[in-house]
Design a protein around this ligand. Structure first.
Ligand code: ADP
Length: 245
């Protein structure tokens, strides 16, 4: 088939960006692995030493155990994202979207508490989605972190997560905020690798979210939220035998 020079230039530009994105993220994952393994080792060593010495400050022990859990979780995430970027397919399994939402919110609870933010969650009982829970959890955490940053400093900040059916075969999750809004940009502009309006932003978050959701045969969209700020929505397929006729 004949393609116009413009179309093929656009295509190779997109491919080049995706290659760079994959390479950067994969290099990051590789670089993070070693310090994470070292942290896990130090944490376990300190805990063992304190336990051997019958150290009894339960608050310190609890904090060290939690630190160990978080380091292990970070290691798991790095491994999964690395696997994903080295073209290993996500590992979809039937899972409840509500559990993924709960887990993401639990992992963010300290940051939410620091900002005195409460996230309203809406959603009736839904069929299981076919998804890799660790990757989808990362998508949600990323969208929620962006939303938290967008409402920082806004009086009466509001964040909402809504899960509902989208047609008979997909579940849709909306993350809404009443923050600064998207300035008319669509998902293509926002999720372009390295697009960021933040001083310390890398502009990789939405690009990775998009590849994760598309690898699940879902889609991600950005629009204006009825709350006044941004709405990011993504869909995931439900387990087929649960499809509503
Ligand atoms: P980063 O957070 O490192 O900037 P992202 O890819 O996650 O990278 O986001 C890209 C950009 O999209 C952000 O810099 C911001 O301009 C915009 N954005 C993302 N989420 C929101 C939101 N909830 N409200 C307003 N702008 C947003």
């Amino acid at each position: 088939m004949w393609t116009s020079p413009n179309a093929s230039a656009r295509k190779s530009g997109k491919q080049a960006r995706l290659t760079t994105l994959g390479e950067v993220a994969s290099a990051l994952a590789h670089q993070l692995n070693q310090p994470l393994a070292a942290l896990a080792g130090y944490n376990a060593g300190v805990l063992r030493t304190l336990e051997r010495q019958n150290f009894s400050d339960t608050q310190v022990l609890e904090a060290l155990r939690r630190e160990g859990e978080q380091v292990a979780e970070a290691g798991r995430i790095v491994q999964r994202i690395r696997g994903f970027l080295t073209r290993r397919a996500p590992q979809p399994e039937p899972c409840a979207i509500q559990d993924i939402v709960d887990r993401a919110l639990t992992l963010l609870r300290h940051d939410l508490q620091d900002m005195a933010l409460e996230v309203k969650v809406h959603g009736a009982k839904l069929p299981c989605v076919l998804a890799d829970p660790v990757l989808v959890e990362q998508v949600l955490i990323n969208l929620l972190r962006n939303a938290m940053e967008a409402v920082a400093g806004v009086p009466c900040a509001r964040l909402e997560v809504t899960a509902q059916m989208a047609g008979a075969r997909f579940v849709r999750v909306d993350v809404d905020d009443n923050g600064c809004g998207l300035g008319g940009l669509d998902i293509n502009a926002l999720a372009a690798p390295f697009h960021s309006t933040k001083a310390e932003g890398m502009g990789m978050g939405l690009a990775i979210c998009r590849s994760v959701i598309e690898a699940h045969h879902g889609a991600i969209e950005a629009s204006q939220s009825p709350l006044g700020g941004a709405r990011f929505s993504f869909t995931l397929p439900i387990e087929l035998h649960e499809a509503i006729p």
